[in-house]
Design a protein around this ligand. Sequence first.
Ligand SMILES: CC(C)(COP(=O)(O)OP(=O)(O)OC[C@H]1O[C@@H](n2cnc3c(N)ncnc32)[C@H](O)[C@@H]1OP(=O)(O)O)[C@@H](O)C(=O)NCCC(=O)NCCS
Length: 154
Amino acid sequence: MPIRQMNSADIPAVLKIQGELSFQEWNERQFEQEIKAPYTYAVVYENEGDIVGYAVFHLLGADSELLSIAVRETVQRSGIGGKLLQSGLSQLDLEKSDCCFLEVRENNLKARRFYENHGFTLFGIRKRYYADGENAALYRTENRSDIDPSQKGV
Ligand SMILES: CC(C)(COP(=O)(O)OP(=O)(O)OC[C@H]1O[C@@H](n2cnc3c(N)ncnc32)[C@H](O)[C@@H]1OP(=O)(O)O)[C@@H](O)C(=O)NCCC(=O)NCCS
């Protein structure tokens, strides 16, 4: 499985992906703090020695959240994002978290389609949530304890 836990040595590659996609501005210290936190599930996708994607979740029971996910543009749409997402959702099941929330820029239609295709449902819009005034679209999974076990991880 090319997905493994993120460690400090991965952060430069993760920052490079973030910089290439310019969708978020976490710095090295923030990633360091995230990977040390006991409630964080942070993973990278490694392809022949290259880090091509990552995801960061907070596993906090009913307040679990996907904080960040990204895949290098050159390898997008080949299922890597879906595998990273599934990995976090499987961990959520292990920890018996019922639900996973996330927020995404309202105009990030690519990511919104991705989340909708992976079982997330829009439940609200938070007006002017981002510093530049853009709205956030709020998504959540169904209550995961209600999902047929054969459908989990989708
Ligand atoms: C969102 C993201 C992580 C998806 O990663 P991915 O590896 O391409 O995802 P997958 O290959 O598993 O799934 C692709 C699905 O995403 C959606 N998608 C991806 N690119 C899309 C595009 N250009 N237009 C519309 N939908 C798109 C589709 O639902 C697509 O499924 P399909 O190919 O069957 O139509 C990736 O596009 C990305 O890194 N985006 C930039 C960072 C970002 O916006 N992150 C989310 C905010 S935190």
